[in-house]
Design a binder for this molecule. Structure first.
Ligand SMILES: Nc1ncnc2c1ncn2[C@@H]1O[C@H](COP(=O)(O)OP(=O)(O)O)[C@@H](O)[C@H]1O
Ligand SMILES: [Mg+2]
Length: 307
């Protein structure tokens, strides 16, 4: 089972009153990863998440959670999902603990007091759990919401724009927190945002959508040196046309003054040099252009409304 994606969307389309809101979306979230869902406002993130958590029907396609089709085996599938989609409903006049006990009673299988305490510790609310929720900061309320979503030990935690309304320190805490959770609980996290900077900080991989459609899936590496993403590499050679032919598999484009630009991973460069040298092409310079993820996102979603 461990190779089964925790969540898998297969060619999912959602139409509302005949209007396509999400179109042919496919992606999967692997165990233990923090997967980002990035797109400008109005691109269909919430609509997609509402389908995954069973709050909205699927027009076409299929969504699987731990291999269970959410339409055909709804309760088996939902048993593995923990989510905060709209603002979690917490009772302000009750303590954090009373809220969690209240929600734990609604679970289909009993949840032990030990489990609740462990989660409270995970979300770092031990110090405040006996206080009334109305005294909590937004960040604390959100962590209580996460605790609630984790009560039944889901394999995926789904958070829709969780940083909305948080101040920068709250965002930082949330980010550290989600990464910690993913590790400690070996849980997958699907988190949406319209801000690349946040996705970049929180996630291992991210799906980029626009107007309900797949644009790209990106890997995010926290150490840029280790990035395995294709880089734009410019060679300056004595025979640009010949070099372009040799490097055609790397989308080579011929430029001015003997320049040939390709897309390749850093680790491929020595081999590319050998290929050129084997054809008696002289290399004067190699220039690697590192494109920031921000550049890529803006290029990918150009024309999208950003805020
Ligand atoms: N119930 C609905 N009826 C009609 N249009 C909707 C409905 N829900 C969402 N939409 C439209 O679908 C698009 C995507 O919305 P949404 O999923 O909320 O985007 P996001 O969460 O990425 O901001 C928007 O254009 C929105 O107006
Ligand atoms: Mg939304």
């Amino acid at each position: 089972m461990s190779n089964t994606p925790v969540v898998e969307l297969r060619n999912v389309t959602k139409k509302i009153k005949g209007k396509p809101i999400v179109q042919h979306l496919s992606f999967s979230v692997q165990r233990g990863e923090v997967y980002g869902f990035l797109g400008p406002n109005g691109s269909g993130k919430t609509t997609t998440i509402r389908m995954i958590v069973g709050l909205s029907s699927i027009t076409e396609g299929q969504i699987l959670v731990e291999g269970h089709d959410i339409t055909k085996s709804r309760s088996q599938a939902m048993a593995h999902v923990g989510a905060i989609v709209e603002n979690p409903e917490m009772y302000g006049y009750m303590t954090g603990m009373q809220n969690l006990i209240h929600f734990s009673r609604m679970a289909s299988t009993p949840i032990s007091k030990e489990r609740i305490m462990k989660i409270v510790e995970l979300v770092e609310l031990t110090h405040a759990i006996k206080q009334k929720v109305k005294t909590y900061s937004l960040g604390m309320r959100q962590r209580l919401g996460i605790a609630q979503a984790l009560l039944h030990s889901p394999s995926i935690l789904i958070l829709d724009e969780p940083t909305n309304g948080l101040d920068p320190s709250g965002i930082r805490q949330l980010r550290d927190h989600l990464r910690y959770l993913a590790k400690q609980e070996n849980i997958s996290i699907l988190v949406s945002s319209h801000l690349l900077s946040e996705i970049e900080l929180m996630c291992d991989r991210a799906l980029v959508i626009q107007e309900g459609k797949f644009i790209d899936e990106i890997s995010i590496h926290n150490q840029p040196e280790e990035a395995a993403n294709a880089l734009s590499v410019e060679f300056e050679v004595d025979q640009a046309a010949a070099a372009t032919a040799v490097l055609q598999d790397w989308q080579a484009k011929t430029g001015d003054h003997g320049k040939v630009t390709i897309m390749a991973e850093k680790s491929e460069i020595p081999r590319l040099v050998s290929l050129l040298v084997a054809q008696d092409i002289s290399i004067y310079q190699i220039h690697i252009k590192t494109e920031s993820l921000e550049d890529r996102f803006l290029a990918l979603t150009k024309g999208g409304t950003q805020s």
